[in-house]
Design a protein around this ligand. Structure first.
Ligand code: GLU
Length: 452
């Protein structure tokens, strides 16, 4: 870092958050790319914009006591990080996973602020969750946990205050239980959650949105270089909503998808994953809550690799859709030496800093998650609009809006990168473009609203 103001804030962030590696990683990546805009906006420093951007407006941390089916008591920790409300109510998902801690949620909240700004919709950024893992728990245990979680969280959220949604391990089932408890305590029926079931205010296409949006974004990147997905060999990691709907859209566009994974390992299908096979995976993961290894038993054209990552498979395009830091510098080197041409992130911060730098140095098409996975939260924004209007739009209408939002995000990141000189010959740095574009809108709103 060269800019003195950026450097000073980075030193402050490191000193203040020394025990939060994921948070530091997210901030470092953003601050390094903001230098050109900080040079051009002298008003940022006297308004302490960077200092305020890196400090969440509010962090709520609470005890979540719950009882298992055998009558034993358990305690987990719940959180909501209300990061920034300059451009709209706090908005972002809840994650239930053992790895959840303040560092993870602060990194996710920080990313969410910039991501939500890119969507063009009026949403601030927040994130929350718990170190509770729903895997292996009965529906009733999950329900009791969700009700207890909401018995505290309800007082901090609201349709015009903070609107949570799903994230890792929080899907329709969990959102239904939490929404029900909120409604019961508050005695009001509002759009306080997104990702709701279709019978109680959810939006069509919300489930598909992050995966579809990711591929719409990547399609625009390919268009810019006169290419498309026809015949491209694609590796996808993960097997949740983001991964399966990204794979579905890739298949529709003529690509060959050869992998899916979970935290235990990955499957490689030499014949390519078809729509029928994907439907089977959705049932496996969404209903039976099984492991991806079962795929290899079911489909003989495939093989299961225990404890391995999909990045060792030769491909044209790679889509990390599982979790943070799933793609390390060494994985990036393997992908690059196998000739990867495009990497677009469906997960939040799936590539570590070494991997990001390897992709940028190699000048391939590389889309950072906060731009390319913004379709999920963008469609949450559309769900909020439908709830406020007391109307439901058709699938076609929502999909069309999602598509045009993703084209807009792409063009905004691309044009901003060019405007701020983040290019090298034909190479356009989407990381810098997305970070700067997302940041400028939030910073401008913060300055206009005074010292708050
Ligand atoms: N958890 C998703 C994300 O990381 C969606 C959040 C939302 O819909 O509010 O963007």
């Amino acid at each position: 870092m060269k800019n003195a103001y950026v450097k000073r804030v980075w030193e402050y962030v490191q000193a203040k958050n020394a025990n939060e590696p994921e948070y530091l990683q997210a901030v470092q990546e953003v601050l390094t790319t903001l230098e050109p805009v900080v040079d051009q906006m002298p008003e940022l420093e006297p308004n302490a914009i960077l200092e305020r951007m890196v400090e969440p407006e509010r962090v709520i941390m609470f005890r979540v006591p719950w009882m298992d089916d055998a009558g034993n008591y358990h305690v987990n920790r719940g959180y909501r990080v209300q990061f920034n409300s300059a451009i709209g109510p706090y908005k972002g998902g809840l994650r239930f996973s053992k790895e959840v801690n303040l560092s993870v949620l602060k990194f996710l909240g920080f990313e969410q602020v910039l991501k939500n700004s890119l969507t063009t919709l009026p949403m601030g950024g927040g994130k929350g969750g718990s170190d509770f893992d729903p895997h292996g728990k009965s529906d009733k245990e999950v329900m009791r946990f969700c009700q207890s979680f909401m018995t505290e969280l309800y007082r901090h959220i609201g349709a015009d205050v903070d609107v949570p949604a799903g994230d890792k391990n929080v899907g329709g089932r969990e959102i239904g239980y939490m929404f029900g408890q909120y409604k019961r305590i508050r005695d009001e029926y509002t759009g306080v959650f997104t990702g709701k079931g279709l019978t109680f205010g959810g939006s069509l296409i919300r489930t598909e949105a992050t995966g579809y949006g990711l591929i719409y974004f990547a399609q625009e990147m390919l268009k810019k270089v006169g290419d498309n997905f026809k015949g491209k060999v694609c590796v996808v990691s993960g097997s949740g909503n983001v991964a399966t709907y990204a794979a579905q859209k890739l298949i529709q566009l003529g690509a060959k998808v050869v992998t899916l994974s979970d935290s235990n390992g990955y499957i490689y299908d030499a014949d390519g994953i078809t729509q029928e096979k994907l439907d089977w995976v959705k049932e496996l993961k969404g209903v039976r809550r099984g492991r991806i290894s079962e795929y290899a038993k079911k489909f003989p054209s495939s093989k299961y690799f225990e404890g391995k990552k999909v990045w060792e498979v030769k491909c044209d395009c790679a889509f990390p859709c599982a979790t943070q830091n799933e793609l390390l510098g060494s994985d990036a080197k393997t992908l690059l030496s196998n000739g990867v041409k495009l990497v677009a992130e469906g997960a939040n911060m799936p590539s570590d800093l070494d991997a990001v730098n390897a992709f940028l140095d190699a000048k391939i098409l590389y889309a950072p998650g906060k731009a390319s996975n913004a379709g999920g939260v963008a469609t949450s924004g559309l769900e909020m609009s439908q709830n406020s209007e007391r109307l439901s739009w058709s699938s076609e209408e929502v999909d069309e809006k999602l598509h045009s939002i993703m084209v807009n995000i792409h063009n905004n990141a691309y044009d901003t990168a060019i405007k701020f000189g983040a290019t090298d010959g034909k190479f356009v740095n989407y990381v810098a473009g997305a970070n700067i574009a997302g940041f400028v809108k939030v910073a401008t709103a913060m300055i206009a609203q005074g010292l708050v």
